[in-house]
Design a protein around this ligand. Structure first.
Ligand code: ZN
Ligand code: FE
Ligand code: FE
Ligand code: FE
Length: 160
């Protein structure tokens, strides 16, 4: 990895791999929860994620590179954590709390990645990539916010 361009491409590959893993994990998470609200949030974000994958493919095209990911250990670890919750917990409220925590960790990872990508794209003069990254970044932030709201409302419900 010699140049900023290499570093940028590396990060695009990393998040492309991550989005594809997330696309596989979200339906499992939607299936594992009894909460209609949480299920809907996961399903809605799955649809958004399909668009995010496409936007990354547009960026690969702009760079003249193949649509090829690169293994991201971070996302694998986060997804494994969510799988442990689904496997080990048996009380619905515990599963939901664990799923919410995992999903928010994933969103925070993505927010960090897309924030960096946006700054680097601007720095490298990749003007057409910036709005694509920005759109995805906004979706990740909105997903995180929605998860926070669901977590708060379910905690409040339980307290009542
Ligand atoms: Zn990497
Ligand atoms: Fe995403
Ligand atoms: Fe990574
Ligand atoms: Fe996301």
């Amino acid at each position: 990895m010699k140049t900023m361009d290499d570093l940028f491409l590396h990060l695009v590959k990393d998040i492309y791999y991550a989005e594809k893993q997330i696309l596989k994990a979200l339906p499992k998470m939607a299936k594992a929860t009894d909460s209609a609200e949480l299920k809907k949030a996961f399903e809605q974000h799955m649809k958004e994620t399909e668009g995010q994958v496409e936007r990354l493919e547009q960026i690969f095209d702009m760079l003249g590179k193949a649509h090829r990911g690169e293994k991201c250990e971070a996302i694998q670890g986060l997804i494994e954590e969510s799988e442990e919750v689904m496997k080990d917990a048996d009380e619905a409220s515990v599963i939901d709390a664990g799923l919410l925590a995992s999903a928010q960790a994933v969103e925070h990872y993505e927010i960090a990645r897309y924030g960096t990508l946006k700054a680097w794209a601007a720095q490298l003069g990749l003007k057409d990539a910036v709005p694509l990254i920005e759109k995805t970044l906004e979706q990740e932030k909105a997903a995180d916010k929605l998860l926070s709201e669901i977590a708060l409302s379910s905690v409040n419900k339980k307290a009542a």
